[in-house]
Design a binder for this molecule. Structure first.
Ligand SMILES: [Fe+2]
Ligand SMILES: [Fe+2]
Length: 255
């Protein structure tokens, strides 16, 4: 199979590789000296919720690396393996940034949570495409969650921490969605339709479970199940259902 058959060219990968290498050398930092006061009632509200997300950020990434290596070999895209390695390292850094915040505020780490176990098991099921479907689901919802958390807390360090994570995650979802759409584009139309509706259903189901398991914090921040789901689905649509207008429509303009 040729190197362009994935729909992601070696030039695209070079741009992603540059990005991840740069950020590996210059990781985003939380500036020292930020106000770090977390009120007891705030701590009680976020402790269990933030611990579940911290757990989700932790991964050795073995399954992803193996899937990426297999795929990269088949499609002759060696840069992909390095990108994935650096990506995993960035996620581990997220886990450690969250961990040090939690430790400083006496918030216990979680060893496991059923939602985390389900995600890990699903990701082990198949190749790169399914892995990416599950991963981008978690990342898109995580992004919405971190933004809600940033707006919910009065703690300056936590606000900056959430924004730092979001800055990285926006790049992650851009990379993952490009890869996923490229993989999908190589499939026949019926399979694309099936995958698209299956993924959207899985995404909506997951966002609903996240709302249920984090509802104390989300409700307090002004998100009921419907508004949270709407927010998550808008992110999903932005990255995974890009609108492609026919050229004649996009250039004709009004009147
Ligand atoms: Fe992350
Ligand atoms: Fe991420």
């Amino acid at each position: 199979m040729g190197s362009h058959s994935s729909g992601m060219s070696p030039d695209d990968l070079k741009i992603w590789l540059n990005h991840f290498e740069y950020h590996a050398e210059h990781p985003r930092c939380i500036p020292p000296g930020l106000a770090d006061l977390l009120r007891p009632e705030e701590r009680a509200l976020i402790a269990s919720s933030i611990a579940t997300f911290q757990l989700g950020e932790q991964s050795e990434g073995g399954t992803l690396l193996r899937a990426a290596a297999r795929f990269a070999r088949e499609r002759e895209l060696p840069a992909l393996v390095r990108i994935v390695e650096l990506f995993i390292r960035e996620e581990q850094r997220h886990a450690s940034l969250l961990q040090s915040f939690m430790e400083d505020h006496g918030i216990p780490l979680k060893r496991g949570h059923w939602t985390d176990r389900v995600f890990r098991r699903l990701r082990r099921l198949a190749g790169l495409e399914l892995y990416m479907c599950v991963l981008i689901t978690a990342e898109l919802i995580g992004n919405v969650y971190y933004r809600v958390l940033a707006s919910a807390t009065g703690c300056q360090r936590l606000r900056v921490l959430c924004r730092t994570l979001v800055a990285d995650e926006l790049v992650h979802v851009a990379f993952e969605s490009q890869l996923l759409l490229a993989l999908r584009a190589a499939r026949p139309a019926w399979a694309r339709t099936l995958l698209r509706s299956g993924h959207r259903g899985f995404f909506a189901g997951t966002a609903s479970v996240v709302w249920l398991t984090h509802r104390a914090l989300l409700r307090q921040s002004g998100y009921d199940a419907r508004t949270f789901l709407r927010l998550c689905l808008a992110q999903y649509a932005f990255y995974l259902e890009p609108v492609s207008l026919p050229l004649s429509t996009s250039v004709s303009g009004p009147g």
